[in-house]
Write a protein that binds this ligand. Structure first.
Ligand code: BDR
Ligand code: CA
Length: 309
């Protein structure tokens, strides 16, 4: 039986690959894609999301969400994802309209309809999810699980302390981590190691379909940038979060208590993960701590093959 999911995202190059994986996977039943501002402004992330869904042959609703974090101004990651949010990738324009319903309405409606089984896969700042929880106080009892790409036990990537998605909207992240919903945090501890190496990229071009070629282009266009930071390959943050839902055995998790720093001068947006349980609090998240990189790349290839050879 496939898992009913809502994908909340801010495409974004790696969000794009994660969406391609999701639409190729029999394990997921995608109810909607909801969009948030993050890697780029909401007009750009929404357009990208809609074009990506169409490109992957997806049929679900695409809903335009928050244009800025709950309390802060938006910080984007233009230096990673370029002016359009998809760097040099140009997609055909989708031939369908955005949903008239807002993300919080869709999340609430699907949570009810799926009777506690809806799984939200959050690949951007958590603004839409937090807004839904604020607007529907009973929603937290009705969501089955949230898997989020964000945070880390140790270092950040957008600041020395904070990972980008949590940095952009720490107040939203705090609401989600304190909600009591079953959470899986797929942070940099694992996603920085979910790399595709240069000699593995060729195969995505060789598969020969337009989606796998686009994945190849995304990987190639990211190589120089990630090398500047000392990576041997391209870390696939959002795709690995997606992979952890499709094939849970790819990731090892530990139960930890996670707080979100919202005020630190140098540490705003840091996930404070109590690895040694020094505070003695009950864990509120399963945190990804180890992975099978080879298994991830194998899954990525298997799914891209589904778009044709
Ligand atoms: C996260 O930040 C974004 O730039 C990526 O899309 C990913 O969701 C990685 O820190
Ligand atoms: Ca993202």
């Amino acid at each position: 039986m496939s898992i009913p999911v809502i994908i909340d995202c801010d495409p974004g190059l790696d969000d794009a690959v994660a969406l391609f994986m999701a639409f190729a996977s029999d394990e997921l039943d995608i109810k909607a894609v909801t969009v948030v501002a993050g890697n780029q402004t909401i007009d750009k992330t929404s357009k990208n999301a809609r074009d990506l869904v169409a490109f992957a042959g997806g049929k679900c609703r695409v809903s335009v969400g928050a244009s800025k974090p709950l309390l802060r101004e938006l910080s984007t990651a233009e230096f990673v994802h370029g002016d359009t949010g998809l760097k040099n990738i140009v997609l055909p324009r989708a031939d369908f309209d955005f949903s008239k319903e807002k993300p919080h309405e869709i999340i609430y409606e699907e949570a009810l309809k799926n009777e506690g089984k809806i799984h939200i896969i959050a690949l951007g700042p958590l603004t839409n999810i937090a807004a839904a929880l604020l607007l529907h106080p009973d929603l937290k009892e009705k969501i089955g699980h949230i898997t989020l790409m964000g945070g880390s036990c140790y270092l950040g990537n957008h600041t020395p302390a904070a990972e980008f998605n949590i940095f952009v909207d720490p107040e939203a992240a705090k609401i989600v981590f304190e909600s009591g919903i079953d959470l899986t945090m797929v942070g940099l501890d694992v996603t920085n190691r979910a790399m595709v190496f240069e000699d593995e990229i060729e195969e995505f071009f060789n598969l020969g379909n337009r989606v796998s070629r686009t994945v190849g282009e995304i990987l190639l266009s990211s190589l120089d940038f990630v090398r500047e930071f000392g990576f041997e390959g391209v870390p696939m943050h959002d795709p690995f979060a997606m992979a952890s839902v499709i094939e849970p055995d790819l990731m090892e998790t530990k139960q930890y208590h996670v707080d979100v720093e919202t005020r630190g001068v140098h540490t705003s947006g840091k996930t404070v993960v109590d690895v040694y349980n020094v505070r003695g609090l009950r864990p509120n998240a399963s945190v990804g701590v180890d992975l099978s990189r080879e298994g991830f790349v194998r899954l990525l290839k298997r799914l891209m093959k589904k778009y044709g050879e």
